[in-house]
Design a protein around this ligand. Structure first.
Ligand SMILES: O=C(O)C1=C[C@@H](OP(=O)(O)O)[C@@H](O)[C@H](O)C1
Ligand SMILES: C=C(OP(=O)(O)O)C(=O)O
Length: 450
């Protein structure tokens, strides 16, 4: 759980050329889902390459609180002994999901159609985030919820004793909402249908099929229509978690803005619902290539090679690409500062309800480091300073948001002057080896301010 400890100020100074291989940890979205679906299967699910970041560890603890046995064998190898769909026990204590929106929203969905009650809380960041987007559809199944004003945590969910299946069109582009409804649908008799207008990450659909659920996905005029048949017996799986494209974004972007760099980031999951950043960087003129493309565990995977790219140009990022790179806008805005011309990022209202208001947090930090940013409710733009033109020298607030902290550490690697963040502790939620991994490539990150 971040945000409960002492803040860790961090500073990143102009890096030596970044060279070598960056083995980033397992995918966060797939790690959460492996634990939750493992807990809902009957028998032992074996997971390798699990992300051992705080967000996922909180989900592992939660699954134990709901009655599954979760065993850490060491070295990223885990087992989950599941209790079956509908088999969750009532937790004896409050479920603390720390900093994790994915954790809390998916777990609420997974328990909402069982006759048990659970209380959820999180850190200061998570307790500000909107939960009605999940509790509204869960109410249609028959679950009840009471939370703080505005649908905020802490919150009690009383699961439906006699759940009914639902048909639900997701009103915001959110894989967490879609997944919460699908997980709730698992224990409702009959067919639950979820419709999404804009495609979001589809790990839940792929993994539900892998665990043996009856699930179909159709592209129609209404959007993507996902139909799940409730009350299956989920079969335990052997899961190799691919490496996280959202974590790969940091060494990749760092290499693009640091003179002389050439970095290989092997084995990155390139599910098309996740890979938008890499196509955007290529559109900007980045020297970024996909080597050795292959399929691993049902997901497309490749090795990413990123080299220093002083020729990058600002672009208009296609708004329809937003969902496939939603967590990558903070670090994209850093790269945009090193490009020539303006980068426009529109259709990104969801950035305002992440671990922080990411438009506001990045705009403040970029301005403190000499970059011009304009913003509106659902868009922002960054004025590029050119490859050698970013001043740096400022301190950014990270607002309990790992992606904000890591983005400014990347900025310091290419800027004229060091860049600091007030608190790098949230980095441990998703990328606990970030400092060591970047240091091994040639970055100079220190735990001090200025
Ligand atoms: O389903 C998931 O694993 C996630 C979905 C996205 O959130 P939203 O569903 O709020 O868009 C993303 O930002 C988050 O990091 C992980
Ligand atoms: C938005 C994120 O995570 P979550 O919603 O799970 O807190 C993220 O990791 O960038």
């Amino acid at each position: 759980m971040s945000g409960h400890g002492t803040p860790i100020p961090m500073t990143s100074r102009r890096a030596s050329p970044l060279k070598g291989e960056a083995h980033v940890p397992g995918d966060k979205s797939i790690s959460h889902r492996s634990l939750i679906l493992g807990a809902m299967a009957v028998g032992e699910t074996k997971i390798s390459g699990l992300l051992e970041g705080e967000d996922v560890l909180d989900t592992a603890k939660a699954m134990q609180a709901f009655g599954a046995e979760v065993v850490n064998h060491g070295g990223g190898e885990w087992s989950v002994f599941g209790v079956g769909v509908g088999g969750f026990a009532e937790p004896e204590n409050v479920i603390d999901c720390g900093n994790s929106g994915t954790g809390v929203r998916l777990i609420m969905g997974a328990m909402a159609t069982s006759p048990i009650t659970a209380t959820f809380t999180g850190d200061a960041s998570l307790n500000k985030r909107p939960m009605a987007r999940v509790t509204d559809p869960l109410a249609l199944f028959g679950a009840q919820s009471v939370g703080r004003e505005g649908g905020r945590l802490p919150m009690i969910i009383v699961g439906a004793a006699e759940p009914v299946p639902v048909r639900y069109e997701v009103p915001v582009p959110s894989a967490q909402v879609k997944s919460a409804v699908l997980l709730a649908g698992l224990n409702a008799p009959g067919q639950t249908v979820v419709i999404e207008r804009e495609a979001t990450r589809d790990h839940s659909e792929r993994m539900l099929a892998g665990f043996g659920a009856e699930i179909t996905v159709e592209d129609t005029e209404e959007g993507r229509v996902i139909t799940l048949t409730g009350q299956p017996e989920l079969k335990p799986q052997v899961i190799a978690v691919p490496r996280d494209p959202s974590s790969a974004a940091f060494p990749v972007c760092a290499a693009l803005i640091t003179p002389g760099s050439d970095v290989l980031v092997p084995g990155i999951g390139l599910n098309p619902t996740r890979a938008g950043l890499f196509y955007t960087l290529q559109d900007m003129g980045a020297d970024l290539t996909f080597e050795n493309p292959r399929t691993e565990g049902g997901e497309p995977v490749a090795d990413l090679r990123a080299k220093y790219s002083p020729e990058m140009k600002g672009i208009e990022v296609p708004p329809e690409r937003a969902a496939s790179m939603i967590d990558e806008y903070p670090v994209l805005s850093v790269v945009a500062s090193f490009a020539t011309g303006t980068t426009m990022m529109a259709g990104v209202k969801e950035l305002r309800v992440k671990e922080s208001d990411r438009i506001d947090a990045m705009a403040k930090g970029l301005r403190a480091n000499g970059v011009t940013v304009e913003e509106g409710e659902d868009w922002w733009s960054v004025e590029g300073c050119g490859p050698e033109g970013v001043k740096g020298g400022g301190t950014a607030e990270s607002f309990l948001d790992h992606r904000i902290a890591m983005s400014f550490m990347v900025m310091g690697m290419g800027a004229q002057n060091p860049v600091s963040v007030d608190d790098g502790s949230p980095i441990a939620t998703s990328f606990p080896i970030f400092e060591r991994l970047m240091g091994d490539l040639g970055a100079h990150i220190t735990r001090s301010n200025g």
